[in-house]
Structure formats: structure tokens, C-alpha cells
Design a protein around this ligand. Structure first.
Ligand SMILES: *Cc1c(COP(=O)(O)O)cnc(C)c1O
Length: 341
């Protein structure tokens, strides 16, 4: 029997559903660089409202919304504080140096989760030798932390410290709706803690393209100019924004299914002899450890069975569940996991 490919490489591999395509095809559009695309405006306003922030800016990628945010909140020669696993540091090709001419102070959080106790000693005092610490970036959920989540109270305590020390706080919320689903926190309560929030529509939410940067009206006014300088101004982008609106209306509630699927996969992995350990599963990411240097081989063995996944190091493998993974595909994946080799 030829099985259907089960693609656990990333939650970015999803294809638009027919409902989403219908919404895209019937979108009202205009030239968004002229501020005339009402669907883009609707998406930005809708997300800003959800997170209790003043304004939003639709961009082509989460890398762009993060980098624009960082540029809005820093000056050249400043320093950005983040976890050593942070996407903004590791996977945005040195964008902080390139776009913002800022240095980075890397912290070692537990599964990427920072605390005020970790951050405070790393904030530079005013000294002629030191860069000015001006921004803390959090990631929720933490990709490299295996989808680990911050609770709102953890965020509140970090915000409190930033407020006292005069630092801005930016959230890389590529998977923020996964975090909200897992913690039960409400998006509305996030707005008061962050100066900027980047929300991805093309990860768990299943839209083909797009991220939105949220912030104050002043921040978004500045961000719009930076987006233009980055070449990110889009014209009839409402077709894409419509997919984002559809995903917010239809694909948030179901994220709990992805989380349940991830937990079931972890249970199966723990029953095998080739898996040494599995990181605690909080959301839609499962990172597991195999024997030293064996990750590539395990990924290859899975691929031969029609299950696609990626290594995250020479001894760790990652599965990500998403919209295009059905319960029967999870059952099939569990069979493959239990009978590998
Ligand atoms: C995917 C991702 C982003 C943004 O990625 P793009 O591919 O540029 O949209 C940002 N942060 C995290 C944690 C991510 O996983």
C-alpha cells in the first residue's frame, strides 16, 4: 500500500482549504501602499482589537514583522536581550546586526523561557564601554524549546522589570495562538505588556502568507516607513489578508486538536527503544532525542515510510502537527513510529 505522505516538517506546509480560497477570491482589494485595501485594513484592525493594541501592519513574513519591530525599538549601538535559541537571533540571518546595527545579549532560559531573574543582571548599566540595553524579545511559543509556553503572569513579571529599567518588550508570537490555546490566557490581556507583537498567520493558523506587527499608532506609523524601506509594501494584498481573516475565524479553535495529536505522538515515541527522551509536549511541537549522531538516519528511515520530519541537532528530531494532519494520519504515524526499521 502506498501511504499518503505525512508531513511533520513544519506547520508552514499547510495548503489553503477551499473555504479559505473562496474567502480569498471574493476579497475586496485596493492599493495598500495608498492605504486603499479594505481587507488588509480589516485584518490589521481585527488583530489589533484581539490583542488590545492600537494598530497593526500586515507584512509578508514573520521575519519582517520581527525585524521591523526590533528596528522600531532600538537605535544603532543598542543591545537586544533574548534567549540563545531565539528565532530573531538564530534564524533571521543576523538581521538584528544588518537592519538595526544593534548587538545581542544571549540568555540561557529553561527551554527558551526567560525570567526577570535571568534578565536583570544582563541589563547594562550606563557606562561609556557598554551598549545601551534597550529591548527584550520573548518568543511564545518557543520553537527550539519544543513549543514551550509563557503564562501571562510570567510575561507580566518581565514587563514589570522592563518598565522599571526603561526597556521595550517585543513578542515574537509566530505561534502565539498555540500558546493561548495551551495556557487558556486571553489575547486581549497581552496588549498592555508589549510594545510590539508579531503574529504569524502562516504557521498553525494555516494561511499561505503573512504576519502582522501590532503596536501603538506611533510605532505602526514608524513601522510602515521601515516596511517600505525593506521593500515590504504590497499592493492588492487583500487577497492574502482575506486568508488571514479566514484563518482567525476558523482555525484557532482547532489548534487544540494539533496539541492532542502531538501528545499522542510523544506517547508512542516514548514506547520505542530508539528514542532516548522526549521534551515535554505543551503545544504542537514534539522534539525527541535519539542516540548520539543518529538523528539524520532516523529522519531518513521515517522518510522511507512516508513520514517527513527534520533534525534539530545531530541527536534530536522534530515533529510539528498542523491543519493538514488528520487523526487517521496520526494513527498511521504511530504505527510507523512503533515499527521503525
Ligand atoms: C517561523 C517563525 C518566524 C517567522 O518566520 P517567517 O518564515 O519569516 O514567516 C518567527 N519566529 C518563530 C519562532 C518562527 O517559528
Amino acid at each position: 500500500m502506498i501511504n499518503k505522505i505525512i508531513d511533520f516538517r513544519s506547520d508552514t506546509v499547510t495548503k489553503p482549504t477551499t473555504g479559505m480560497l473562496d474567502a480569498m477570491m471574493s476579497a475586496k482589494v485596493g492599493d495598500d501602499v495608498f492605504g486603499e485595501d479594505e481587507t488588509v485594513h480589516e485584518l490589521e484592525t481585527k488583530l489589533a482589537g484581539l490583542f488590545n493594541m492600537e494598530a497593526g501592519l500586515f507584512c509578508p513574513s514573520g521575519t519582517m514583522t520581527n525585524q521591523i519591530g526590533i528596528k522600531c525599538f532600538t537605535q544603532p549601538m543598542d543591545e537586544v536581550i533574548c534567549d540563545q535559541t531565539a528565532h530573531v537571533y538564530r534564524y533571521e540571518i543576523g538581521g538584528i546586526a544588518f537592519h538595526s546595527a544593534a548587538s545581542v545579549r544571549l540568555l540561557h532560559g529553561e527551554r527558551g523561557i526567560l525570567t526577570p531573574e535571568l534578565i536583570e543582571p544582563e541589563i547594562n548599566e550606563d557606562n561609556i564601554h557598554y551598549p545601551n540595553s534597550s529591548l527584550v524579545v520573548l518568543e511564545n511559543t518557543v520553537n527550539k524549546g519544543g513549543g514551550s509556553c509563557y503564562s501571562l503572569s510570567q510575561i507580566a513579571s518581565i514587563h514589570h522589570l522592563c518598565n522599571i529599567k526603561g526597556l521595550k518588550l517585543h513578542l515574537d508570537g509566530a505561534r502565539i495562538f498555540n500558546a493561548l490555546t495551551a495556557t487558556g490566557d486571553s489575547a486581549y490581556n497581552y496588549g498592555k505588556y508589549f510594545d510590539g507583537i508579531s503574529v504569524c498567520l502562516s504557521k498553525g493558523l494555516g494561511a499561505p502568507v503573512g504576519s502582522v506587527l501590532l503596536g501603538s499608532k506611533t510605532t505602526i506609523h514608524k513601522a510602515k516607513k521601515i516596511r517600505k524601506a525593506f521593500g515590504g509594501g504590497m499592493r492588492q494584498a487583500g487577497f492574502l489578508a482575506a486568508a488571514g481573516i479566514y484563518s482567525l475565524d476558523n482555525h484557532i479553535e482547532r489548534l487544540k486538536d494539533d496539541h492532542k495529536h502531538a501528545k499522542n505522538l510523544a506517547v508512542a515515541l516514548l514506547q520505542t527503544s530508539y528514542v532516548k527522551s522526549v521534551m515535554p509536549v505543551e503545544t504542537n511541537i514534539v522534539i525527541f532525542e535519539v542516540s548520539k549522531g543518529m538523528a539524520e538516519k532516523v529522519v531518513h528511515q521515517f522518510k522511507e515510510k512516508g513520514l517527513l520530519c527534520n533534525t534539530t541537532s545531530s541527536s534530536t528530531v522534530r515533529f510539528v502537527t498542523h491543519l493538514d494532519i488528520s487523526p487517521s494520519m496520526v494513527d498511521e504515524a504511530i504505527e510507523i513510529i512503533l515499527h521503525l526499521r
